[in-house]
Each structure stands twice: as C-alpha cells, then as structure tokens.
Design a protein around this ligand. Structure first.
Ligand code: S3P
Length: 435
C-alpha cells in the first residue's frame, strides 16, 4: 500500500506485494511536446489524442500560447490552431520552460529563426543544464543567441534572424539537439543535415513526415529543407514507454506479478529497456503490434522473473537513456554484477542521475558503485526500507518508489511529488496494481 502525506513525501510499503492487472500509462512525453510544437507550426487545426498533460508538456503549451497560438486542452485531447510557419508573434515576457529540457532546446531552435526577440529560462534544475550543445550549431546557422556563461546556460536571449542550412555532426547523441536543428532547418536557406553518432529517438522526423513535410533519412543522417506551410492534421500519441518501464520492472522483480501495459509506443529507438530487461531474463512480451500516426504501438506483458546481471553499454544507451535509473533498480535484484557504461549523459539530465541513484540506492542497502560514465550494481535478495530523496527528479522518484516495493518495511521518498513532471497519478497506478 502507498500512503500519501500532505508534505511532498511518499511512503512506499515494501515486502514484495505482487502487482497484477492492466493499465494504460499516460501519453508519451517526447511525442506530446512535439505534437504541440509541430501542431503550432502547421496551418489550421491539429487535433491531438492521447496527449500527456503534465508539468513538462504544459511548459511547451504555455510557450506556444505566448507566441500567439490558441491551444485548448480537454483531458487527453488537444486542439491547436496553428498560424503556419510565419504565424508567431513576439512573446511579451520570458518563456519559462520550467523543468523541461525538451521545451527549452526545441524552442531555442524555433525561436532562432523568427523575426522577433525572445527570452527563455527554466527552473533551478534546468538552468544548470547544458545549452551550448544547441546554441553552438544554431550559431553556425547564423542564429543570434546570448546566455549565461557565454551562451552555455539559461536564461537565453534570442534575436530571431534569417538562418542558413548547415551539415552538422552531433558530438553527443541527443534527440533534443537534432530536433532543434530540424525545426530551425524548416526556415533555413538551403538544406540542413544532422548526422548522429548513434541513432536517437526520431519522433520529430516521424511527426513532420506524418504532417506532410519532406525529410530525407538514412541510418545516421537526417536532411530537411526550408519548407512551405503544411496543414494541421490528427496526431495520436501512444502511452509512454518511459513511464511503462517503471511498472515492467516492478512486475519483473516482485514475485507473483503479471501486468499488461496497454497502447505503449514501441519506437525502435525507445525500446532499449525492453531489450536489456529481456537479456536479464525478464519475461516481457509485446503483443498486438500496430502503427498510429507513423509510430509503432503495442501492448506489453510483464511477468515476475528471476533476473541475472548484464553489461549495458554502447549503442543501446540512447535507446534506454531515460530508463537507466529503473534498470539500475532491476539490477539490485539480479544475480551477479551489472555494469552500466557509456552513460555519462545521465549526469546532465534533470539531475545527475548517476550520483542520485548511487547515493539513494545505497541508503536502501544496495551495493552500488559510481563510475564516471555509469554504475556497477551487485544484486541482492532484498533492500531495506528507509528514507531517501528524489533530488527533485521525477524518474529518480519513481525508480526509488519501485525499489521500495521490494524493500523490507517502509520507504519514504522526500520530494516525491515531482512525478507530476511526466507521470501524474504514478502512485495511484502503483496502489491499484498492488491491490
Ligand atoms: C528527449 C530526448 C532525450 C531524453 C529526454 C527527452 C526528447 O534527451 O533524455 O528525456 O524528447 O527529445 P537528449 O536529447 O538530451 O538525449
């Protein structure tokens, strides 16, 4: 049982209560952001179904509204009345992306190409995250951007201007940077080509194609040309595999569990967690596969399993980047020593997730060693409930809550309310599945 307290503190009762039943997680966060932004770029009405209404995506909604786009939200349906590529107006105030890196980075690309001035900031967590990775290539396209620390940190001030297409090899695999450049490329003279070191989530490419924008792609490169207006359309958002992953792991590691997670986006660049958990011996099956708005979707069946340690490194990392905190939790109960490497990017997420997970899992009795670019985790039979902190990071909070389900006694998570950044209702779902 999970008990809410009036403070931002969540109590998770451990002792391996099985999780049983079925549920549909909320909409995919990455796709929801893009639906709002691309829908605002379109001319006419875009209707979005399955939208994730959470703190992060509301940052994108508010930003687009500040640029003059009428947007209405009715539960999981959103109606966007886009004015076309050149239909935005100068925001009167600073756009606040709050905790959302996707809003800040994609908007920086979009705002660079407008004919007005705009400023963008974020909360205390986002203001320390790197922005240079997006400012640098945009500047090469001709963008005029200023920011703290020589343009490396928010707030950024952007004087929109005419851009020119470039060919840019991303030094770090990042879908946010790729997407920012593609959005800028919609306006830039000539062709913009982005080359990735390893493929990352391609939701922007799929959605623009779904909307009728021509994009040329091969395994590591994406090309876009400055575009003509495209029309609003219907966009269907699948459930978020990053949210589903918490319950996949909860089911695998709590004996007697079986859950069906419905309508989940299974984009090949997002299913690294499934590949890793299967390699660890987890029973996970994807059934009822289909396609919606050019995104693959399926239902995921997860059953309690005996897990074994594995090595996680290389090209699979971007495919599982947001799920590594919960994979680390699974590793705590896997036989042997799990090694996560090549995951330095975890240090610049909503918080330093390597440090956060190492510190907090240790508080619950886990054997975890911090590496510069990952972690080494020695599996055990059980953890011990205790007090730990979310570090203000939604995925750390949810990973620790799942760890708490297999800890002896109660686990208390300080600052657990930040789950609303991506998964409002997370604790309700957990309570329901635990019966
Ligand atoms: C996202 C891309 C990833 C991911 C983030 C969402 C996106 O970040 O970690 O949660 O929506 O494009 P990077 O682009 O920094 O890799």
């Amino acid at each position: 049982m999970v008990v809410f307290s009036s403070m931002s503190q969540e109590n998770i009762k451990g002792d391996s209560i099985p999780l049983r039943g079925e549920f549909t997680p909320p909409g995919d966060k990455s796709i929801s952001h893009r639906a709002v932004i691309i829908g605002s770029l379109a001319k006419g009405v875009t209707t979005v179904k399955g939208f994730l209404t959470c703190d992060d995506t509301l940052s994108s909604v508010k930003a687009m509204m500040m640029l003059g786009v009428p947007i209405e939200i009715h539960k999981t349906n959103v109606e966007i009345r886009g004015n076309g590529l050149f239909g935005f107006g100068e925001p009167e105030d600073t756009i606040n992306a709050e905790n959302s890196g996707t809003t800040a980075r994609l908007l920086t690309g979009l705002l660079s190409a407008q004919s007005f001035f705009a400023t963008i900031t974020g909360d205390k967590y986002l203001r320390v995250r790197p922005m240079e990775r997006v400012v640098k290539p945009l500047t090469l396209m001709g963008a005029r951007i200023w920011g703290r620390d020589g343009g490396k940190r928010l707030p950024l001030a952007i004087q929109g201007t005419k851009l020119s297409g470039i060919r840019y090899e991303l030094p770090v695999a990042s879908a946010q940077v790729k997407s920012a450049l593609l959005l800028a490329g919609l306006y830039a003279q000539g062709e913009t080509e982005v080359i990735e070191p390893t493929p990352t989530r391609d939701h922007t490419e799929r959605m623009l194609t779904h909307c009728g924008v021509y994009i040329e792609r091969n395994s590591t490169s994406v090309k876009i040309r400055s575009g003509e207006d495209f029309k609003g359309t219907e966009i269907s958002v699948p459930a978020d595999i990053s949210s589903a992953a918490f319950f996949m792991v909860a089911a695998l590691m709590n004996p007697g569990s079986e859950i069906l997670i419905k309508n989940v986006g299974i984009n090949p660049e997002r299913i690294g967690s499934i590949e890793i958990l299967k390699k660890m011996g987890g029973f996970i099956e994807i059934i009822n596969k289909r396609d919606e708005s050019r995104e693959p979707v399926g239902d995921i069946l997860a059953r309690s399993s005996t897990l074994k340690a594995t090595e996680i490194k290389g090209d699979i990392i971007p495919k599982a980047i947001d799920e590594l905190p919960i994979i680390a939790v699974a590793a705590c109960f896997a036989e042997g020593e799990t090694i996560i490497k090549d995951a330095k990017e975890l240090r610049v997420k909503e918080t330093d997730r390597i440090k956060a997970m190492t510190t907090e899992l240790k508080k619950l009795g886990a054997e975890v060693e911090e590496l510069d670019d990952g972690m080494i985790i020695k599996g055990k039979e059980n953890l011990i409930g205790g007090k730990c902190s979310s570090w203000g990071d939604h995925r750390v909070a949810m990973a620790l809550a799942v760890a708490g389900t297999r800890a002896k006694g109660t686990t208390v998570i300080d600052g657990g309310d930040c789950v609303s950044v991506s998964f409002p209702g997370f604790f309700d779902v957990m309570r329901k599945l635990r019966g």
